[in-house]
Write a protein that binds this ligand. Structure first.
Ligand code: ADP
Ligand code: MG
Length: 618
């Protein structure tokens, strides 16, 4: 084929593809325009995940008829005129290509009115990147702008085919809106999907209040403030925002937002600085929640490096990172940050009882323990005082339970006598715990080193699986339902899967906003999970559900794995010898003894001969 110039319409569609990837990109551009127009109220209406309809209504400056006819042209903008302006961008938009791009791939209607006009004006376009503007017609409207973009990609079937389900497109939209709402707390935000209100956040003066609207008041109250003020005009960086204290963490990184001069951006470097600041404070695989605003002179940050303006480049990344790092360190070293950890402390004796209560103590004692447990707090206490059946969860024959009972009577956990001695003639003898993480076991010819967490996870998992396969997983009601707070998108995911969770004995009720109440939990896990708290668990469950793509059985299985993992005793938990013995005993009857359901090894064996060789006995 000879070289020829593409016709305007095709060229416009290709260019639009850079900017408009999916419905969420349209939403992002439209709300950026509304913010740039100094709006105080922004309302968003979405239908079918934005595939059918995206409408953004604002009460901002509006446009007069002349501007309206120009705004849909490519490279038409009111925000930039000379090249030097490009180095000082303080608006969210600047390229003048969003409306042109949206016009090229949707059916677009813009209605707008300024404060000076006595009537509004309207233009309608349908899949045309118009070359010379469009003639506005008069329309009734108060001050502000309404943009409606329908039938995205109706004229680009190849692109349309790549869009996700309405549900998954809605997740992306929610994320964009949530970030914008956090970036602009003074603005009132409303959003609906298919007529159902999904966000209603009246304008507030403080970021913490906006965080409360989105993540819940409880989380917002616990937040630590981050603040660093340097003279931004002299090339300094001002930082403000909030992070969660170390004892309040999330199961994923989704809730970390960096706002550079008010613009939500993804930046691996900043994410890394945040993780580093929490190093050693959080368990692996958990993350802080953070909303951090970095303000700096526009000359030292290039916002023009990404087609959808999702990334920026700092002229001196080191300085930005160091400033952030220092202010996070200061925040995390403050008494408020350290306080809660000291206060909560460990449970009374510092020992963990796998069966949820000390062997020789009364049940009421264990309830007191539970109430003292920090994460349980007011919530999540257990109603039933029947044997929580953690071991019954492993499906042991009842004779075994009786044996345990006898042993419990005969031996005293603190002296370490009893069970082990009785086991002496049998297969295994527990020697003890190494660094409160590994259990050392003697067999006839091996030393076994067992990871206590992974072994326990395996026991719980197999028990739950068996119960589930046989009939149903026994559940226990929580005396005070445990409250969890989820972000928008997480809440949507959870809501869609409450039936699956109920099948596994996990009963949750949506309580509005992102709040859920956990009402019942599998009996075998309830007591230990209540002690640990439910928040991180549910975030992880949402992650599992969000992976999608698998059969229902596979999803249920992954959920079981997650439930077992969270309720299992942890590395670092001190176990009395009797509990170690019970753990090993139950593990030795597991169907798959060598690996946890995630695939991590449970046991490491060292043969007597290997030791002999090492010590040159042989
Ligand atoms: P950019 O935002 O990069 O300038 P856009 O294509 O998004 O480019 O918008 C083009 C112009 O249309 C903007 O510069 C602005 O003047 C005007 N405009 C767009 N949306 C609005 C709005 N909601 N309120 C007022 N003016 C708007
Ligand atoms: Mg714009």
């Amino acid at each position: 084929m000879r070289i020829h110039k593409l016709d305007d319409e095709l060229a416009a569609k290709i260019a639009a593809g850079e900017v408009i990837e999916r419905p969420a990109s349209v939403v992002k551009e439209l709300i950026e325009n509304a913010i740039d127009a100094k709006s105080e109220r922004i309302a968003i209406e979405i239908e079918d995940g934005g595939k059918r309809k995206i409408l953004v209504r604002d009460d901002g400056d509006g446009m007069n008829a002349d501007d309206l006819s120009l705004c849909v042209l490519r490279h038409a903008t009111s925000k930039l005129s000379t090249e030097s302006d490009l180095r000082r961008i303080m608006t969210l938009g600047f390229r003048g290509e969003a409306l042109a791009s949206i016009a090229a791939v949707t059916r677009l209607t813009i209605t707008t009115r300024t404060a000076h006009d006595d009537h509004g004006n309207c233009v309608t376009l349908s899949g045309v990147g118009s070359a010379d503007g469009v003639a506005p017609v008069p329309a009734a409207r108060g001050q502000g702008t309404t943009v409606e973009a329908d039938d995205l990609f109706f004229n680009l079937p190849a692109r349309l085919a790549f869009l996700g389900s309405p549900r998954s497109e809605l997740f992306h939209i929610n994320r964009v809106v949530q970030h914008a709402a956090l970036a602009a707390p003074h603005v009132s935000w409303e959003m609906s999907h298919n007529g159902r209100v999904t966000l209603n956040a009246p304008g507030v003066s403080d970021l913490r209040d906006r965080i409360a609207q989105i993540y819940g008041a409880e989380l917002a109250e616990s937040l630590l403030e981050v603040r660093a003020d340097t003279n931004t005009e002299a090339g300094g960086i001002a930082i403000s925002g909030y992070v969660t204290p170390p004892d309040f963490h999330r199961g994923n990184r989704r809730d970390q937002l960096f706002l550079i001069n008010g613009r939500p951006v993804t930046d691996r470097g900043l994410g890394f600085v945040l993780s580093r600041a929490y190093e050693g404070l959080l368990r692996r695989g958990t993350y802080p929640l953070a909303v951090l605003r970095l303000e700096m002179a526009p000359e030292i940050v290039d916002v023009n490096i990404h087609p959808r303006k999702e990334e920026v480049r700092f002229s001196s990344p080191r300085r930005v990172h160091d400033t952030l790092s220092a202010s996070l360190q200061q925040t995390l070293a403050s008494p408020e940050a350290v306080g809660p950890i000291l206060k909560s402390g460990t449970r009374e004796s510092g020992e963990v009882y796998i069966s949820g209560h000390p062997p020789n103590r009364e049940r009421s004692g264990s309830r007191a323990d539970l109430a003292a447990g920090r994460s349980a707090g007011e919530h999540g206490r257990i109603q039933s005082t029947t044997e929580p059946g953690l071991w019954s969860g492993s499906g042991q024959p009842s004779s075994k339970v009786r044996v345990m009972e006898q042993l419990r009577g005969a031996g005293d956990a603190s002296t370490g006598q009893g069970f082990s001695e009785r086991l002496a003639g049998r297969e295994r003898r527990v020697i003890g715990q190494f660094q409160q993480t590994y259990i050392l076991v003697e067999t006839i010819d091996h030393l076994e080193i067992i990871d206590q967490h992974i072994a326990h996870e395996r026991i719980l998992y197999e028990g739950l699986r068996r119960q589930w396969a046989e009939s149903e997983i026994p559940r226990q009601s929580l005396l005070v339902p445990a409250r969890i707070e989820l972000s928008f998108e997480s809440a949507e995911i959870l809501q869609e899967h409450t039936a699956e969770l109920a099948e596994l004995g996990v009963e949750v009720d949506a309580f509005g906003g992102g709040t859920f109440l956990v009402r019942a939990f599998p009996s075998a896990l309830a007591e230990s999970q209540a002690r640990l708290g439910f928040q991180a668990l549910f975030e992880q469950l949402v992650d599992v559900l969000d992976q999608g793509g698998s059969s229902r059985d596979a999803i249920l299985d992954r959920l079981l794995t997650e439930l077992a993992c969270h309720a299992a005793i942890k590395a670092g938990d001190r176990l009395p010898l009797l509990e170690q013995e019970k753990l090993v005993e139950h593990w030795s009857t597991c169907e798959h003894r060598t690996h946890c359901p995630h695939g991590r090894p449970i046991v490491f064996q060292l043969h007597r001969d290997d030791l002999d060789r090492r010590f040159q006995r042989k």
